[in-house]
Design a protein around this ligand. Structure first.
Ligand SMILES: Cc1cc2nc3c(=O)[nH]c(=O)nc-3n(C[C@H](O)[C@H](O)[C@H](O)COP(=O)(O)OP(=O)(O)OC[C@H]3O[C@@H](n4cnc5c(N)ncnc54)[C@H](O)[C@@H]3O)c2cc1C
Length: 579
């Protein structure tokens, strides 16, 4: 269960795929000089491995517990969070005006990658806070920003996102939590919030001094559906005039969900306004809450996609150790009949290389995406549109890869993988949530074939594929995949019905993700061959070759499913299907 940060591969991806040097040439990101970048990547890697990784196992075994209304974490979590805040890791990309360091989003992704590889469940605490910070940064009034942002940015307070209700999951338009304007008394101008939210990540705990909930709710006269949802900021403790936490607000954690994994992350059922005294303030305009949420959802989805890299890296490292230690059978075809470590057998080798290639591919996709987001921040509209396309690819395929790698990790352990003591199973149990939350992977794929496919009249997506094809003339499989993606995209736009598109959305999303990731890997190889990252010279070309020769053709094979259309899905009637 030891873990060492993938510093060299991260730096390569940050340099080559995010293009950090180019970003640092802008005034906005001038501080992201090479020394600073290295210091952050190495520093957070060491911190994560030293302080957060040792808590991964105890977090899984003991988990978060609700005791007499208080959510408690296993011993060690409070101190590790305190050290995280003290060392300033929470504030990397946050606005300078509120105490942040104003560095590129790319580097904030790296902080989360390292912390999440060390301890995925714990890392959800800062991840959710980032969402709250962005919501307030982009949509909060100056007064709200001054009140909440400094301590959210430092990490002394944490944030949550409250969307889901029992009847409103993927369909947020169905939510019922209410917000009633207060016209008199000390809270006049604010709102009385009432309702129940489920599955709220880190909804309650004692690690931060206050918890700032971002809550979606409906005003009394709001239109039906998603056009009638507003966003509110609802603190656990009211904030005194001097900025310190005051009396408790009328909200509580009713229970914690019992989950398959991420046991150290308290997943709370939250009740707001049991006594009709839960006070919230409006963020942004009335009935525009969903829009406000969506502007920060891109980054949140990237952060969930990152969880795929995190768990794949951790599972790969553990499988490597086990495969080097476990002795079984002599190598087939070898005259020496002495049993060897299982990594000498071709099939174990295949699994290990697959895990490694997939992990590095998602990492390349992650930092390419983050770099495009940063260019969008600098006002480059093409990059912003490209990021829009990349986000569902990273979220959906990245998290699928996390599950696949964790599953392969179990397989490499054989029977010991199924036994909890080795910890291989924890990675798979933890990984399994990532394709579900922050918009299921099915919803990501739907977003790709509806909104994203049509961006810039289809040119945003086709332009990306043309670039991949142009750069991969020497890689026939990748070149072919880019062409097949373009053909599917054209079919979807020109011939397919909306049902046809949705029926092929998931295979198409995987094809696109593999094409972009393969392209970004070829850029890494070129850099390594030109002398970048000597530490990776022995592994990178072979790992990328594995990806290009085996995983890229698999993605091409998905084309038939992508263009099969919806008719066959309904050929079996609903009654017969339920049978
Ligand atoms: C551990 C955990 C932590 C979470 N943290 C948070 C949090 O912090 N804040 C928060 O607000 N929520 C949170 N969630 C909720 C999470 O975002 C939802 O579970 C998720 O959005 C899916 O909603 P649902 O569970 O209601 O599934 P459903 O919406 O019921 O979906 C069920 C299945 O149907 C599919 N489906 C649904 N609609 C469509 C459609 N139109 N087209 C095609 N397929 C469709 C889905 O893809 C899925 O496969 C969390 C959930 C879990 C389990």
């Amino acid at each position: 269960m030891t873990y060492s940060p993938a510093t060299a591969d991260q730096l390569l991806a940050i340099n080559v795929n995010a293009g950090i040097e180019q970003l640092a040439r802008s005034e906005r990101f001038a501080a992201a000089e090479p020394d600073m970048v290295e210091a952050i990547v190495e520093g957070v890697g060491q911190f994560a491995a030293g302080e957060w990784a040792p808590l991964n196992r105890i977090g899984d075994l003991e988990g978060a517990k609700l005791e007499n209304g208080v959510v408690r974490l296993p011993e060690g979590f409070a101190a590790a969070y305190e050290h995280y805040v003290e060392q300033g890791w929470n504030s990397i990309a946050s606005p300078v005006d509120f105490g942040g360091q104003g560095l590129p989003f790319t580097l904030a992704c790296n902080v989360l990658e390292n912390l999440g590889t060390a301890n995925m469940a714990f890392n959800l605490l800062p991840m959710l806070s980032v969402g709250a910070i962005e919501a307030l940064e982009h949509h909060g009034s100056e007064a709200l920003q001054a009140k909440y942002l400094p301590l959210l940015v430092s990490g002394e307070w944490s944030g949550t996102m409250n969307l889901t209700e029992p009847q409103a999951g993927s369909d947020l338009g169905a939510l019922r939590t209410s917000a009633t304007p207060i016209t008199e008394g000390e809270h006049a101008g604010k709102y009385c919030i009432k309702g129940q939210k489920i599955y709220i990540t880190w909804g309650d705990h004692e690690l931060a001094k206050n918890i700032i909930h971002l809550v979606l709710a409906r005003l009394p006269d709001a239109p039906e559906g998603s056009r009638g949802i507003s966003l509110f900021v609802v603190p656990k403790y009211h904030v005194n005039a001097d900025g310190t936490p005051g009396a408790r607000n009328d909200l509580r954690c009713v229970s914690l969900e019992h989950k398959l994994g991420i046991n150290a992350s308290p997943t709370c059922v939250m009740s707001y306004g049991d006594n009709d005294e839960c006070i919230g303030e409006l963020v942004g305009a009335e009935n525009r809450g969903l829009m406000a949420m969506f502007t920060m959802m891109n980054n949140a989805r990237i952060n969930v996609g990152t969880q795929g890299v995190q768990i794949a890296e951790r599972a790969t490292q553990q499988a490597q150790d086990y495969a080097a230690d476990r002795i079984q059978s002599a190598r087939a075809g070898s005259p020496d009949r002495t049993p060897v470590a299982i990594l000498e057998h071709p099939d174990v080798r295949r699994m290990l290389l697959r895990m490694k290639a997939l992990t590095e591919a998602v990492r390349a996709l992650l930092y390419y995406t983050a770099g495009q987001v940063d260019r969008g921040t600098l006002g480059q509209t093409d990059a912003a549109a490209r990021a829009e396309i990349l986000v569902p690819l990273l979220k959906a395929w990245g998290t699928d890869v996390g599950v696949e790698a964790a599953s392969l990790g179990i397989q490499i352990h054989g029977g010991m993988g199924f036994i909890e003591e080795t910890g291989a199973a924890q990675h798979w149990r933890d990984a399994r949530i990532a394709p579900i939350y922050e918009g299921t992977n099915g919803i990501q794929a739907a977003d790709l074939v509806t909104r994203k496919l049509g961006l810039d009249d289809g040119q945003a997506l086709i332009g990306l594929l043309e670039e991949i094809a142009r750069d991969s003339a020497a890689e026939p499989a990748l070149f072919a995949l880019a062409g097949e993606c373009a053909a599917v995209a054209r079919w979807m736009r020109e011939e397919a019905s909306i049902d046809d598109r949705l029926a092929g959305s998931v295979p198409f999303c995987t094809m696109m993700a593999v094409a972009v990731a393969g392209w970004q890997l070829t850029r890494q190889v070129a850099a390594v061959e030109a002398g970048a990252a000597p530490a990776l010279a022995a592994t990178k070309p072979g790992t990328v070759r594995f990806f290009l020769d085996r995983i890229v053709p698999e993605a091409s094979g998905l084309k038939s499913g992508a263009i099969a259309g919806a008719e066959s899905l309904y050929a079996v009637s609903t009654e017969a299907l339920l049978g």
